[in-house]
Design a protein around this ligand. Sequence first.
Ligand SMILES: [Zn+2]
Length: 389
Amino acid sequence: MILSHKIRLVPTQAQEDYFRRACGTARFTYNWALDAWKKAYEAGDKPNGRSLKLQFNAIRKEHFPWTYEVHRDCTAGAFDNLQGAFQHFFRRVKAGGGAPGFPKFKKKGLAKDSFCIANDKFSLDGRKIKVPKLGLVNMREPLRFSGKIMSAVVSRTADKWFVAIAVDTEVKQQPPKTKGAVGVDLGVTTLATMSDGSKVQHSSKWKRLEKQVRRLQKAASRKQKGSANRRKAVIKLALKHYELACLRNDVLHKTTTGLVQSYETLVVEDLNVKGMVKNHCLARAISRQGWAEFRRQLEYKSVMHNRVLVVADRFYPSTKTCSGCGAVQPVKLSERVYKCSACGLSVDRDWNAAINLSRIPLGKGNFKPVEMEALASGCIAGETTVIEA
Ligand SMILES: [Zn+2]
């Protein structure tokens, strides 16, 4: 399977200048290609990345001689990216449901800056990467994955530079540790609640960062548009967002790795259920990004470790069902404790949902001994192990 390792780069000023020019060239080429694609389509043609690249190269020397200042992969990669963007677009059109999202022009300063390097054009030597036309650039750590190197993408996030190296790695054969199935419920205040009774909660640092993001967001919006102060405020905000993302990814990676290492089957809920609830609250918006990333990590890690990932049907009432007797009753969002009116069970709301999820692979009504013990020993709210991330 293909995995990407994203490594922070430590470029010199001259190297950073090259990166900026390379990103600019890649963005220009992408926009040129998108425009040409639209025109060709309107003229009744069936354009593709390859034909557009030939068209571009034919006029390149005359019209865009400055694009030769950077390596040719910057322009070539842009055509591949556009081809990919249209492939995804056509797939979404075919699948239906919701707006398919036609590929957009990349706006300077708003679009994510990046450029590609083909696998035969760069080489790695420990904590150094040799980039064509540039030479050795320092990396913060060496590549961790072994296997065939497929490609590299250099990108910028919050004024920091990264290289994502795609590697075709082998799938690990995990020794069967038959710990059965685990259900995972994702939330806002508690990041994840597992059916085994453990919880992953955000640290105090998380709350502090969230507060800082909110403050910086307000500060940036108050500055005059197009001003130097606005630009400075936006960079500050981007850095804070980046810090938050780093903290979140660290927690997510540790949690998802722990799960795939100890369980054979993992059950998660369909994210659309929660995603559909349109809520502009910042904490919720950030959580949603976390849920999507959590799911993405579980998906590839369960393949990597030979595990089964089950996604619950979006209509499965994991929150409303009593994990003790199976009765279904409405539950308000504010109720943190599930109190069953049929059997009198009182249990942490998220834990109740996680237990219900963990039973999906077994079929309804099957109780696992582990859970029975847990339920018997104390199904009172709050009596769960809390992992402070
Ligand atoms: Zn009940």
